[in-house]
Design a protein around this ligand. Structure first.
Ligand code: NAD
Length: 685
């Protein structure tokens, strides 16, 4: 196509004339997000097209992406800058000439709403369309619910909007949201399409297609149940159903009012906080592109080692596993194959994904066969001597390679003493099941080199996990904070609460599970062993909650033994209250001379959150975590803290600090000797 004169309409939108068709192009690097400058430029383009009699039609196009979504920073401003998106879309509809949206790459959120305000949509194959607003605690606010409703019908719109679904546009499939999918030169195709277009065709004037009887109710119930009743999902369903009964102007006004209300609410703010936490973390630890990972070796084929190996294999790395117990390793591999087959049969894994795991995952019987990897990760028993020996063997096998440890609690600095080159050792603390969880803690020891760090951050990226940097301390970021508030939960048992009450208070706040249900699931014996290993160093003046020890001494390790804090019927994961355990708790209080008192759920919750905030502030002050927002990511992605509450620093930021400090003082009083108070203000700086 010949070189045409480009006229700037705003700093990020330009205008070219192709005989009788005007092309308005959005060029807002790096991802072509929408912004006030984008809206202003498009508005100017519409006015220019209206004013030029020689122009018969307009094409609205992006660069790599059409528009990847809205600038989320704008959403934190109470009053959005003008022109707002609905005004731009109205101008598109009021323009008497047809407008063709030419979609490529990502057309998401406000981008899709803009495209739906055009008369026609033509898309480059492989592009994606979606309305992700609900994943950010909001609903679409510029007609997304109402226009999609007219193209997909109510039931499918509910699933599309509430599920924040992304549809990939392929040539051979029919897509109701676009008129044509093309390959080749999108601009040329769009201009041709615009010339052929038969006048205006405003989506909002189309009737709402009818669904099968019962389909809307089914879709609505499924969406609300899946979100566990989050207010924005109920609001999205409401806006879509309102659109089937109201005239479009009223339905649009309702949608906009709901969007604004939710956008300014704390849940959407919390989810944006999580989004920006991810962004600042990614910016601070972007692994250099020259790090090349092709092969990884894992030592230990237990729960963690095999889970981590499966994750690496699924990400396309050749993964070799060795275990001292060869038979156990073979059996572990068979279990992975069986799990993968089952997931493939159920449609949770595609044939290609399943094949990738099977092809890349190898168990070897000889330690020497581990050689040739860029990264060696040990997941053997949690024992300093065992780990030091394995690491020293690895160093001899692969001198100079990066070595990682999956230890949960051991001192990585001490571990490094077994090595000639301690700079090659770094912590890579995964969560179980490692092939499913979305976070990994990267632990930098005193000697860890930048190369070792870069390598494991690159591995984290390949695994598509959020890699949170930490330094060495007991429990690193996550388990240290978890242990601090779990201890408070156990102290509250002795003071008058019961396990079911504490779990209820925390799940009521939105935690995926309460700490006692979690302990029963993962096994009480792990923490028990850890407590025993610290018997020699514990200060006798500290309060020591002892019920968990008594449960373990009686062989009650949780689900796997049918009883722990709760009892479990044969084959069931649903814990029932245990009168025996509750009696034991009451007797323990008596034996310790503690007068039991009643706790409200709110008191329990606040004590947990304040203790979490206290430990988080210490973690920051000690330099174990780099940013308060990293701690929030850790808690949300690894410990079931509800994403829509943002994390502990977001919670603190929304509470009066003096009140929190008063509660912190009460906590110190209740905890007694050894309690260290942190500066809560650090979390909101
Ligand atoms: P596991 O007992 O299930 O597996 C350990 C495996 O290591 C066993 O198969 C054992 O045969 C093998 N092994 C032991 N010594 C070995 C040696 N010298 N050479 C080769 N193989 C050896 O344990 P796990 O739960 O998978 O935990 C492994 C590590 O991961 C521990 O450090 C643990 O603290 C950590 N971790 C566990 C979890 C969890 O939820 N289980 C979470 C995070 C981290």
């Amino acid at each position: 196509m010949q070189q045409l004169e480009r006229e700037a309409l705003s700093s990020v939108v330009d205008y070219t004339v192709h005989e009788d068709v005007a092309v308005v192009r959005i060029d807002n690097p790096p991802v072509n997000a929408s912004s006030a400058e984008v809206r202003l430029g498009v508005m100017q383009g519409i006015q220019k097209v209206a004013a030029e009699p020689g122009i018969k039609a307009m094409v609205l196009i992006g660069t790599k992406n059409f528009v990847s979504g809205s600038d989320l920073k704008e959403f934190s401003i109470t009053q959005l800058p003008e022109p707002e998106l609905p005004a731009v879309i109205s101008a598109l509809e009021e323009l008497e000439k047809p407008v063709v949206a030419a979609l490529s790459g990502a057309t998401l959120g406000g981008g899709l709403e803009l495209a739906l305000g055009c008369d026609y949509r033509i898309a480059l194959a492989g592009g994606i369309v979606g309305l992700p607003e609900t994943s950010l605690g909001m609903i679409p606010g510029a007609g997304g619910t109402q226009r999609v409703l007219r193209l997909l019908g109510p039931a499918q719109t509910i699933s599309f909007v509430c599920g924040a679904q992304r549809h990939v546009l392929e040539m051979e499939q029919g897509h109701k949201l676009v008129d044509r999918v093309v390959s080749g030169d999108l601009l040329e195709e769009a201009i041709r399409f615009a010339r052929e277009a038969h006048g205006k065709r405003i989506v909002l004037n189309e009737p709402v297609p009818a669904d099968e009887p019962g389909a809307v109710e089914k879709a609505a119930a499924a969406a609300i149940a899946k979100s566990k009743g989050r207010p924005h999902i109920i609001s999205a369903v409401g806006a879509i159903i309102a659109g089937t009964a109201l005239d479009p102007v009223k339905a649009l006004a309702h949608e906009r009012a709901e969007f604004t209300r939710l956008r300014n609410g704390t849940e959407a703010g919390a989810l944006r906080h999580q989004f920006f936490a991810q962004k600042s973390l990614a910016k601070a630890h972007r692994p250099p592109s020259e790090i090349y990972l092709q092969r990884v070796s894992i030592i230990g084929a237990g729960t963690m080692g095999m889970g981590i190996a499966r994750a690496f294999a699924a990400s396309g790395l050749q993964t070799t596993v060795f275990d001292a117990n060869e038979q156990a390793a073979r059996q572990a591999l068979e279990r992975v194959h069986a799990d993968v087959q089952r997931e493939q049969d159920k449609g949770r894994l595609s044939a290609a994904e399943a094949e990738l795991i099977r092809e890349n995952l190898l168990v070897v019987s000889d330690f020497a066969q581990l050689a040739g990897s860029q990264l060696y990760l040990e997941a053997v028993f949690e024992d300093m001597a065992v780990k030091q020996e394995v690491l020293a063997d690895l160093e001899s096998l692969a001198d100079g390679a990066v070595l990682a440890t999956n230890t949960s609690y051991l001192d990585i600095n001490q571990m490094a003493q077994a090595l000639k080159r301690p700079e090659n050792l770094v912590g890579m603390h995964f969560f179980s099941p490692a092939f499913r969880t979305s976070v990994v803690e990267i632990v930098r020891a005193d000697a860890t080199s930048q190369h070792a760090l870069d390598t494991v951050f690159a591995a984290g990226k390949l695994l598509r996990k959020t890699a949170v940097p930490a330094k060495v301390c007991d429990g690193f970021i996550g388990n240290r904070i978890y242990n601090a508030y779990r201890r408070q939960c156990e102290l509250m048992l002795e003071e008058g609460a019961l396990p079911y009450q504490i779990d209820r208070a925390l799940t009521g706040f939105g935690f995926a599970m309460g700490p006692f249900a979690v302990a029963d699931m993962s096994g009480l014996d792990i923490a028990w062993r850890m407590r025993r290993s610290k018997d020699g160093t514990r200060d006798a003046r500290e309060r020591y909650p002892s019920v968990a020890d008594q449960l373990c001494e009686a062989g009650n390790f949780g689900q796997k033994t049918g009883s722990g804090w709760y009892t479990y019927a044969e084959g069931s994961y649903r814990g029932e209250r245990s009168p025996k355990v509750e009696q034991l708790i009451i007797e323990t209080s008596e034996a310790k001379g503690i007068e039991r008192r009643s706790f409200t759920d709110q008191q329990i919750l606040r004590r947990v959150l304040v203790s979490m905030a206290n430990e988080a502030s210490l973690v920051l002050a000690d330099g174990i975590a780099e940013r308060a927002s990293d701690i929030d990511l850790m808690l949300v992605l690894g410990y079931g803290f509800p994403a829509y509450r943002g994390g502990i620093s977001y919670w603190v930021a929304n509470e009066p600090l003096e009140q929190l400090q008063r509660e912190q003082a009460e906590l110190a009083e209740a905890s007694g000797y050894g309690f260290v108070s942190g500066d809560l203000g650090l979390l909101v700086k």
